[in-house]
Design a protein around this ligand. Structure first.
Ligand code: AP5
Ligand code: MG
Length: 211
């Protein structure tokens, strides 16, 4: 069954989804990663969305869904959605898309943690661009030393500036927090404490998903 991983910017969605993908042998779809790849490709679409993403706003629901549909069509096995849905309209669109394609909706897990913790995490976050062009995030599973040893270049996401972090959080409260309520009322919603070590959060997630 497909899993939805929700949480504020910096909650640890990407970190945990990567681990879950390895453990559960499913496909991790981060809409943020999909959009950043589009920007890096230099395509017209990438150019069109880059200003929106860098300042921390959401791209339109229609555009997001049309991009997502192609990625979902190529997915193998169950999917972990990371960063989607982010509006109530996207949640409704996702329900329809899963029903149309015969996919089974599973748990919706919200990683919750205090805002000052996410601000501190995002302000300190670093990325690594490997010589192959692949981007990896520096974190518990890929260290600065790993990046340097592989000849990678360290950089900061353009939306991790103090202005953009603050804007992303306000967008989250306005547009994405209502999605939490949408799922809370639908009966497949679970909350996890994100203010723990990555290993502790992962253990909690596995407990929920293997229950
Ligand atoms: P996206 O890339 O999804 O950004 P986000 O939601 O703001 O989330 P982040 O990726 O910043 O954080 P995360 O929760 O993945 O945390 P991470 O694991 O990295 O989206 C970017 C943009 O794309 C959006 O702003 C929007 O413009 C656009 N977009 C995306 N989806 C869209 C949609 N559906 N509709 C419209 N537009 C869309 O962890 C953060 C840091 O904390 C890392 O440094 C990590 O190492 C560290 N960390 C993680 N866990 C822990 C822990 N337990 N303890 C200590 N440190 C930890
Ligand atoms: Mg992420």
């Amino acid at each position: 069954m497909d899993i939805i991983l929700m949480g504020a910017p910096g909650a640890g969605k990407g970190t945990q989804a990567e681990r879950l993908q390895k453990e559960l042998h499913c496909t991790h779809i981060s809409t943020g990663d999909v959009l950043r790849k589009e920007m890096a490709s230099g395509s017209e679409l990438g150019k069109e969305i880059s200003a929106v993403i860098n300042r921390g706003d959401l791209i339109s629901d229609e555009m997001m869904l049309s991009i997502l549909k192609k990625v979902v069509a190529g997915a193998k096995g169950d999917i972990i959605f990371d960063g989607f849905p982010r509006t109530v309209q996207q949640a409704q669109m996702l329900d329809n898309m899963l029903a149309e394609t015969g996919r089974k909706p599973g748990k919706v897990i919200h990683i919750s943690l205090p805002e000052e913790v996410v601000i501190a995490r995002l302000s300190a976050r670093k990325q690594c661009k490997l010589p192959s062009g692949e981007t990896k995030q520096i974190g518990p599973d890929f260290s600065l030393a790993d990046c340097q040893a592989q000849g990678g270049e360290i950089f900061t996401r353009k939306d991790d500036t103090p202005e953009s972090i603050s804007h992303r959080l306000s967008v989250y409260h306005k547009q994405t927090a209502p999605v939490v309520e949408f799922y809370r009322n639908a009966g497949r919603f679970v909350e996890v404490n994100g203010d723990q070590t990555p290993d502790e959060v992962f253990a909690d997630l596995l407990k929920i998903l293997k229950a």
